[in-house]
Design a protein around this ligand. Structure first.
Ligand code: HSE
Length: 445
């Protein structure tokens, strides 16, 4: 095994922070098994990091440490560049330069690929190198491999995933402790679960990057982050989590991509999910992805979506794949986005107004005769069918003697444009006293 004609494959790491150090540690610890699977050794030969002293302390004397990423790309002792810098700034230039230098690239950078994937994959295709990105979606869960290879017999119908651990942790805490979003976010930051700047997580951007990549692979469309509908959890209120629970649902931030008659849905938003679904019970910082294929039915993938060794697990799986590439004719490799470049689909990503889903509505209303009839009349006129209605006692909502109450309505599926029109009409009723809360609902059946 150790006598592979090409010798060990040589890796240059760009960045040795949380994930990079995990990659280094796991490669060392499991080197026998990894070599047994790859057919050759995988050696980290050079590391670039701005903090050279800290990097040297991590990797020891055997590995060269530099503070210039371009020195890694130019190094003839490097076959694969592992980009762990993140973001779409310098990381983009470095990835393109590595490709131009004929190096394979392994990256965990979902933002970069979701926004610039078309350019990057085309450059890699032209140069005959691989850009592998298992670690970019759901950390240690091998969802890219599953979608791209394990499910390649299927016509994928939909994917729905909890693909951001920070927001899932916050939602779990809001539900468990009955607290509001702001209080839980502060606590999550104090405990180190949420970044000091958690914007990408809590606004749904990180999940949308990941959903965009899964959508491209599932449906053979180009990566189109700019077409994704992105909505985070910052406006969620504890009372909606409570009402949802009373109706048999949990609220999760889902990344959803679905094949529809006219195109592909691509959206991230809070979502009611029936509590009886396994995915509704994914708590804390864990991730889970459901994939529905026409042949396989519904499948579910669960695990850690972040962290040093879980993410390293995905990076190293890509390294093993790349280590085997020299024996594969470039025309017979697994394509970056699952479909051969000439077999990509032109299906459009649908605007949110054309998305079809069901809804949870909460209306703060005057507790007086005829309100329910007026509200349900508007829904009936719009052809929107009601699934369930819950009305709280006024005293419970507004305190003793209150003449306001909450009306909660679950609907069946309808097109979002129609719901928007109905909501505008309901909002203009004088007995509707506050902005209507609307949360989408998915049965994931
Ligand atoms: N910040 C992400 C999360 C992990 O909270 O899941 C990296 O994508």
């Amino acid at each position: 095994m150790s006598n592979h004609p090409l010798g060990p494959i040589r890796v240059g790491l760009l960045g040795i922070g949380t994930v990079g150090s995990g990659v280094f540690t796991v490669l060392q610890r499991n080197q026998g098994e990894i070599r047994g699977r790859a057919g050759r050794g995988i050696d980290v030969t050079v590391v670039a990091d701005l903090d050279v002293a800290r990097a040297k302390a991590l990797v020891g004397e055997q590995v060269k440490v530099v503070n210039d990423a371009r020195a890694v790309i130019a190094d003839p002792q490097v076959d694969i560049v592992v980009e762990l810098i993140g973001g779409y700034g310098i990381a983009k230039q470095l990835v393109l330069e590595a490709i131009a230098a004929g190096k394979h690239v392994v990256t965990a950078n979902k933002a970069l690929l979701a926004v610039h994937g078309t350019e990057i994959f085309a450059a890699a295709q032209n140069k005959g190198v691989m850009v592998a990105f298992e670690a970019a979606v759901a950390g240690g869960i091998p969802i890219i491999k599953a979608l791209r290879e394990g499910l390649s017999a299927n016509r994928i119908d939909w994917i729905a995933g909890i693909i951001n651990g920070t927001t899932n942790f916050i939602l779990s805490e809001m539900r468990d402790k009955g607290l509001g979003f702001d209080a839980v976010l502060k606590e999550a930051q104090r405990l180190g679960y949420a970044e000091a700047d958690p914007t990408f997580d809590i606004e749904g951007v990180d999940a949308a990057h990941k959903a965009t990549l899964m959508s491209a692979i599932a449906f053979g469309i180009a990566v189109q982050f700019d077409k994704a509908h992105v909505e985070g959890i910052t406006r969620l209120e504890a009372q909606d989590i409570r009402y949802a629970e009373q109706l048999g649902y949990r609220i999760k931030l889902l990344g959803i991509t679905k094949r529809a008659a006219q195109g592909v849905e691509l959206r991230v938003h809070p979502c009611l999910v029936p509590v009886k679904r396994l995915i509704a019970n994914v708590e804390g910082a864990m991730n889970a992805v459901m994939v529905q294929g026409d042949a396989v039915g519904t499948t579910l993938y669960y695990g850690k979506g972040a962290g040093s060794e879980p993410t390293a697990s995905a990076v190293i799986a890509d390294l093993v794949d790349v280590a085997r590439l020299p024996t594969v004719d470039p025309l017979n490799r697994v394509p970056h986005l699952a479909f051969q470049p000439g077999a990509m689909s032109a299906l459009p990503v649908l605007p949110m107004s054309q998305v079809c889903t069901s809804y949870y509505l909460r209306l703060r209303v005057a507790d007086e005769a005829g309100v329910l009839a007026r509200v349900t009349g508007i829904l009936a006129d719009a052809g929107i069918s009601i699934d369930a209605v819950l009305q709280r006692e006024a005293d419970e909502v507004g305190g003793e003697g209150s003449n306001q109450t909450d009306l909660i309505i679950l609907t069946h599926d309808c097109v979002e444009a129609r719901m928007n029109e109905a909501m505008a009409k309901m909002q203009s009723l004088s007995s509707v006293l506050a902005p209507i809360t609307r949360i989408r609902k998915e049965d994931l059946a």
